[in-house]
Design a protein around this ligand. Structure first.
Ligand SMILES: [Zn+2]
Ligand SMILES: [Zn+2]
Length: 348
């Protein structure tokens, strides 16, 4: 089969690789679609670790084409998505359903081979913890490949404790900022305020239902957020851009006792100065979020049918032989989500 390989920062290639039949407890997939994550781009840039020689891709939808001995409840031909987290199932985090914080966690696409390949051998540990999830009938496989990023957004919205009529300020309208907008909109959150310097992305945010769209280059973002929230500030602020200089300004957007979520990952070895008294006197909850729980994956799959514009998040599609272009298009900020796809697999 053909597979994309991360060789070293800056080097992605497409090679021929053998895929063995599934061993005990394992499941083999024919990949239908796998989307590229901002964190894959961070690996490419050398800002985040991945094992040299690994097949990248952790946002995966596919069709089961082999089932190992002892696997029950997963049949050949089933359309599935993968939660890429290998969790121990036994640590304090796993036993409360927070496999994404497992102390022994490994992840497909970084430590173990992921989905930018024709086929994928799903490790027994992933199968055992229920991280092979069925795709609802009628849901196209390209949308199903967005389950991982959308589940990450659901985790973010859950941590922000946003309900119907809660206000949120989303910093950045890249793919993940816009996914926050779509899921928050579908959940009845509002007003939704988006801050984004790129005009084309502001236009998308406007078209997809943001109540207020701001240009940080020309607008007084903190003043506008306060004005749109009765003078209080937003109930929650989500930072979807990993730029250190945006952290302190983001803290100014939240109301007292509100939540600020560092959704984005940041380049390493830099710190951020901010006034801790703002957190102290405001009783502000400063948190981060990364990946999602198994239940959030399940809820995401159930929710997709009720999220307008979700199909428009995918703007760039490549066959496996053009997988390196998925990286270059994201580096050039050309479009939103890039997909490596195998048309026809799973009825996509
Ligand atoms: Zn991702
Ligand atoms: Zn664990």
């Amino acid at each position: 089969m053909r597979a994309t390989i991360f060789e070293a920062p800056g080097t992605i290639s497409v090679v021929e690789r053998a895929v063995p039949p599934p061993g005990p407890g394992e499941v083999r997939l024919r990949v239908a679609a796998a989307s590229l994550c901002a964190s894959d781009v961070r690996v490419y840039r050398g800002e985040k670790y991945a094992k040299p020689g690994v097949v990248p891709g952790h946002e995966i939808a596919g069709v089961v084409d082999g089932v190992g001995e002892g696997v029950t409840g997963i049949d050949e031909g089933a359309r599935v998505v993968i939660c890429p987290i290998v969790a121990c199932g036994q640590c304090r985090f796993c036993i409360v359903g927070r496999q994404n914080r497992c102390i022994a966690r490994k992840t497909l696409g970084y430590d173990l081979d992921g989905g930018f390949a024709e086929q994928l051998l799903v490790p027994a540990e992933i199968v055992r913890v229920g991280h092979v999830l069925p795709v609802p009938s009628g849901l196209p496989m390209d949308i199903a490949a967005l389950t991982e990023p959308a589940a990450c957004v659901l985790n973010s919205l859950d941590l922000c404790a946003l309900g119907t009529g809660s206000s949120v300020a989303i910093v950045g309208a890249g793919p993940m900022g816009l996914l926050h907008l779509l899921l928050a909109r579908a959940a009845g959150v509002g007003p939704i305020i988006v801050s984004e310097p790129v005009a084309a992305r502001r236009a998308i945010a406007q078209r997809w239902g943001a109540d207020l769209v701001l240009d940080p280059a020309t607008d007084d973002v903190a003043g506008a957020v306060k004005a749109a929230t009765g003078g209080y500030g937003a109930d929650a602020v989500v930072l979807t851009v990993g730029v250190h200089a945006l952290v302190a300004p983001a803290i100014e957007l939240v109301r007292r006792q509100g939540v600020i979520n560092m959704f984005a990952g940041f380049p390493p070895h830099q710190t951020v100065p901010f006034d801790p008294n703002v957190i102290h006197y405001g009783e502000i909850n400063l948190t981060g979020s990364q990946n999602a729980t198994t239940d959030q994956y399940r809820r995401t799959l159930a929710m997709f049918a009720h999220v307008p514009h979700i199909d428009e998040v995918i703007t760039n599609r490549y066959g496996i032989e053009r997988a390196p272009e998925a990286y270059s298009s994201r580096l050039a900020m050309d479009g939103l989500k890039s997909l490596v796809e195998f048309p026809g697999v799973g009825g996509a």
